[in-house]
Design a protein around this ligand. Structure first.
Ligand code: PCA
Length: 165
């Protein structure tokens, strides 16, 4: 079973979690092209660890740029583990427009239904943060991503971005 995933954050090539999607021990992950969300969404950097989040608030923010990967079931399950779907990020299908033609033999297609990791039940104050169009950990925002192994294991950052239930 093949899936398409649109990645907009640390999973992109050159970003701190790219190894997850390129490590063959996790399954198959093949880069298929750059893409952009057809719907606008807020892409923000949040928590003390500078984690990128796409907020599920259609119509706000930008048409976000990212990368489209074709992945197999084991890889999708690995990505769910990294993103802690569905407890933290929630994966949902979204329509993504291809912005280059790396889709060998499929150039007639300009949009793909892709899985995307969103934050759905997010705190409203996150909407006051700067909204990016394209994420880079080392971008000029000055908020580099803090990798997991460097974090305090006693602190859960969920409360910094998710609504209390
Ligand atoms: N990793 C996922 C969601 C946010 C993140 O850092 C991605 O790159 O799409």
């Amino acid at each position: 079973m093949t899936h398409y995933v649109f990645v907009y954050g640390t999973l992109k090539s050159g970003e701190p979690n790219h190894d997850w999607i390129s490590d063959v021990r996790n399954g198959k992950g093949t880069f298929r092209g750059n893409g952009t969300t057809i719907t606008k969404y807020p892409l923000i950097i949040g928590t003390r660890y500078n984690i990128p989040f796409l907020l599920y608030k259609p119509g706000y923010g930008h048409n976000v740029l990212g990368e489209i990967y074709e992945v197999d079931q084991p890889m999708l399950e690995k990505l769910d583990e990294l993103e802690d779907h569905p407890n933290f990020y929630q994966r949902r299908i979204d329509e993504i427009e291809v912005v280059n033609s790396d889709f060998h033999g499929e150039t007639a297609r300009s949009t793909f239904q892709c899985w995307v990791y969103f934050l759905k039940k997010f705190r409203a104050d996150l909407l006051n943060l700067p909204m990016l169009q394209c994420y880079q950990s080392k971008g000029d925002h000055g908020l580099p991503y803090c990798e997991r192994y460097l974090r305090d294991p006693n602190i859960s950052v969920k409360y910094e971005v998710l609504l209390n239930e």
